[in-house]
Design a protein around this ligand. Structure first.
Ligand SMILES: *Cc1c(COP(=O)(O)O)cnc(C)c1O
Length: 470
């Protein structure tokens, strides 16, 4: 057998410039990208060229070709991996797409504290050390009616911290119907274990009664807990224990009643024409000693976990050494404060808070928007695909109101071939646009639900359709 590389002469390799020689010619590139990245990229490029030569190819070994390869490689590397997208998936609070979009005031506040020193933990009155939570605690109390409050990284952290503070080495009864898995490995039983407490399962999946809880309470019971079944609903022959009954039972035994609300709604949803969802204030009024909820679900703010309720319990939570590990950074605190302030004016809330603005968009307006975009979309995908304006339903998302949907409208795209692989190819092409477009494959069509296409993004969406590569 002859070795294919035997035909390659050492001359072919000699034409390949050395790294040192290449570096001499790359003055501009060195300035632009820096010494280490350029050297490392040149090593990769020359290694690939050597491999090409070895396999009998005749690659272009000119300095210009190498310069071009270098620049495109480093340009790709310098792109941020994290980038914005158009969420036309039909799920408003999409966990994989970053959940809530922040209001303008919050973004400005982030930029401010990020770019200059601030009084984050400094009391401007006394000149002494201050408390970083002073910037949000009173606001959380204002919107929930709580005595005291604190905030951590997300609601998973809030639940962990509450359990670890109040129930370490002790028992916590929870209804079997509420042993929730939120996704991303957040499961109530596992969190209990990590928090150092013992879960006592109570009742049955579909029915749990007050006497089940009563029977589960013993000397080691630390608290009673209710968990919002955010992403599913048990229907049919069901029964669960009312909050006020659980609260009364807990109080009878001198233990706290903790309610993990999940989504953290702060306003009357029915009044906005949305499916009803109890508010944080109602949960406290119904007897919870502590509530926990997310900052970036229905609340519409930054990723955070809020804990509100009895002052003595909040004080205990703040003293837990884990608190420091879970605390919020200054940018999140700044954003959260601005978002909470918007709740002071319920009249203008859905105008200023993107989450509520998107959730409350009316179907006729979305339909009109779809109609206005129809011809541009058709032009971009013809002749292989057909587009029509079709009614659809949006989901709220993020485990908020799992079974309720919002009437919406979409550009519904079908493949002429009728084949799924062509739809997937289109979905991929849309994801490769400069501002990636995320749709939803459903029932043999690609749906672009326009509920979350804000007016100021519309021309961007249309303009880039021209560069769709099918
Ligand atoms: C979403 C949710 C969590 C987790 O909240 P994150 O803010 O995503 O960490 C915990 N409990 C319930 C009931 C939830 O719905």
């Amino acid at each position: 057998m002859t070795d294919p590389s035997a035909a390659v002469s050492s001359d072919d390799y000699r034409q390949l410039p050395s790294i040192d020689a290449l570096l001499q010619t790359m003055t501009e590139e060195l300035q632009r990208w820096g010494q280490a990245p350029v050297t490392s990229a040149l090593r990769d490029i020359t290694a690939a060229l050597r491999a090409d030569i070895a396999s009998g190819l005749k690659p272009d070994l000119s300095i210009d070709a190498i310069r071009h390869a270098l620049n495109s490689q480093l340009a790709i590397k310098s792109q941020s991996s994290l980038t914005t997208v158009l969420n036309l998936s039909g799920t408003v609070l999409h966990t994989n797409l970053g959940r809530a979009n922040l209001p303008e005031a919050a973004i400005e506040a982030i930029v401010k504290v990020a770019s200059a020193p601030s009084n984050l933990e400094f009391d401007l009155e006394t000149g002494k050390r201050g408390d970083r939570e002073s910037h949000v605690e009173a606001l959380i109390c204002e919107v929930t009616g709580a005595e005291a409050a604190t905030a951590v990284n997300n609601n998973a952290a809030a639940v962990l911290l509450v359990l670890n503070t109040l129930a370490m080495h002790k028992e916590v009864p929870v209804s079997r119907g509420e042993l929730v898995e939120i996704g991303g490995s957040f499961r109530i039983p596992e969190v209990m274990t990590r928090a150092g407490c013992t879960l006592v399962e109570v009742g049955a999946t579909n029915r749990t009664h007050l006497h089940d809880f009563r029977g589960a309470i013993g000397a080691d019971t630390a608290l009673l807990m209710k968990v919002h079944t955010s992403n599913y609903r048990v229907e049919g022959f069901t029964c669960d224990v009312e909050e006020d009954e659980l609260a009364a039972l807990a109080s009878e035994h001198h233990i706290p009643f903790v309610h993990d609300l999940g989504s953290g709604n702060l306003v009357n949803f029915s009044a906005l024409g949305l499916p009803d969802e109890p508010t944080a204030a109602q949960a406290l009024a119904n007897g919870a000693d502590l509530i926990t909820f997310s900052g970036d679900k229905l609340l519409g703010g930054p990723q955070a976990g809020l804990i509100a309720g009895r002052a003595d319990l909040i004080a205990q939570i703040k003293r837990n050494p884990l608190k420091r590990a879970l605390r919020l950074d200054k940018m999140t605190l700044a954003a959260l404060a601005e978002v909470l302030k918007l709740y002071r004016d319920p009249q203008t809330l859905s105008e200023h808070l993107p989450t509520l603005r998107l959730l409350t968009r009316a179907q006729p307006a979305i339909r009109d928007q779809a109609q206005a975009l129809l011809s541009a979309a058709q032009a971009a995908v013809l002749p292989h695909y057909d587009v029509s304006v079709t009614d659809c339903v949006s989901q709220i998302g993020s485990g908020s109101l799992p079974v309720e949907t919002l009437p919406s409208a979409a550009l519904q795209i079908v493949a002429q071939s009728g084949q799924d692989k062509d739809l997937r190819r289109l979905a991929e092409a849309l994801r490769k646009l400069p501002l990636p477009v995320i749709g939803r494959l459903h029932k043999n069509a690609l749906w672009l639900d326009l509920r979350c296409l804000e007016a100021d993004q519309q021309s961007l969406f249309v303009d880039q359709l021209g560069s769709l590569h099918l």
